[in-house]
Design a protein around this ligand. Structure first.
Ligand code: ADP
Ligand code: MG
Length: 305
């Protein structure tokens, strides 16, 4: 019984009108819009691994949705709904209240409905969210589309969340706890970008995924990396480490032809875009500073390293 009362109390708010049938039956029902492809992804957050154990439950709820909407955005798609698989060690009503509020706050901000899920007891707090969205058929922006000569761009700032993790009293901690999925930007890039990824494991590693999938290389100008003033005060080595291998920023990194780059910068966007380099033919990721090559070897976060 406890399971059903948890669902009814915390996870059964009315869905947006684009949902035919939400929480309550064996499955949810949706009507895909014509000429659209379903875009679908899942991400799991494990307590103690993906967030510190003392994280505010509201922030955990927000983040568990945000990281998935970020993956949807990185395809150039519009988010529509989520499913929530929740494994709880015990029933803690204060925690559930904060968590569900954070989850719905993020859903509401981006017009997304919670349409179903699963609730189980387990020794570890684990939150797995599946997100669904739509994109015009054939318009999804893949990692594999980068072209030699493309500009490489990144939204917002990188390194903030990793800095916040190590400086828990600093305002940048908010960037760790409440990442903003770049949903509007992602959708406006579907007709412009050649390739795209969201930066979850550090810019160097995530840009590396684009390079590998596209069979190209890149030259990145370190001085163009968009970093917070707090990082600018650090020694160079430390600064680039945060900016290039710090995870959890959930910004979008994309490559775009020079012609579309001009078009993009003419648009009114809700987020700053930095142009950090160019796609090259040689298959390496190389960093330069003031025209000089810098040897840096940064890896992003690896789960089984
Ligand atoms: P079943 O036994 O048929 O799998 P459940 O009893 O697990 O169904 O779930 C009942 C309903 O509640 C379903 O519609 C399911 O999608 C939904 N649900 C279960 N857990 C959650 C949750 N944590 N968040 C949202 N919906 C949930
Ligand atoms: Mg059933």
């Amino acid at each position: 019984m406890a399971e059903f009362s948890i669902i009814d109390t915390y996870f059964n708010r009315k869905a947006f009108s684009s949902v035919d049938l939400g929480v309550g039956d064996d499955s949810a029902l949706l009507s895909p819009p014509p000429q659209q492809q379903l875009v679908i992804c899942a991400d799991t957050l494990v307590a103690g691994r993906h967030f510190p154990l003392d994280t505010d439950p509201h922030a955990i709820g927000w983040k568990s949705v945000a990281v998935n909407l970020s993956d949807i955005a990185a395809m150039g798609a519009k988010p529509h709904s989520i499913l929530l698989a929740l494994s709880l060690p015990q029933i803690d009503h204060d925690w559930l209240k904060g968590f569900s509020q954070g989850l719905y706050d993020c859903c509401d901000q981006f017009g997304v409905s919670l349409i179903g899920g699963d609730t189980t007891q387990s020794p570890h707090l684990t939150i797995s969210v599946t997100a669904l969205g739509w994109v015009d058929t054939g318009k999804g922006v893949l990692r594999s589309g980068a072209q030699v000569g493309d500009y490489i761009c990144v939204s917002g700032q990188v390194g903030d969340a990793a800095f916040g993790l190590n400086h828990r009293d600093h305002p940048l901690k908010k960037r760790l706890d409440y990442p903003t999925p770049r949903c509007a930007l992602g959708q406006s890039l579907k007709d412009l970008a050649n390739s795209m990824i969201d930066v979850s494991d550090g810019l160097a590693q995530d840009l590396g995924h684009i390079l590998k999938a596209s069979n190209v290389g890149a030259q990145v100008e370190l001085n163009q990396l968009p970093i917070d003033i707090a990082l600018k005060e650090l020694a160079q080595e430390q600064r680039w480490k945060y900016a290039l291998s710090g995870g959890d920023d959930y910004e979008l990194c994309f490559t775009i032809s020079p012609a579309n780059h001009t078009k993009l910068l003419q648009q009114q966007l809700d987020i700053n875009i930095s142009t950090i380099g160019q796609i090259t033919e040689n298959k390496e990721l190389c960093f330069v500073q003031n025209g000089k090559t810098k040897m840096l070897k940064f890896n992003g976060y690896q789960h089984f390293a």
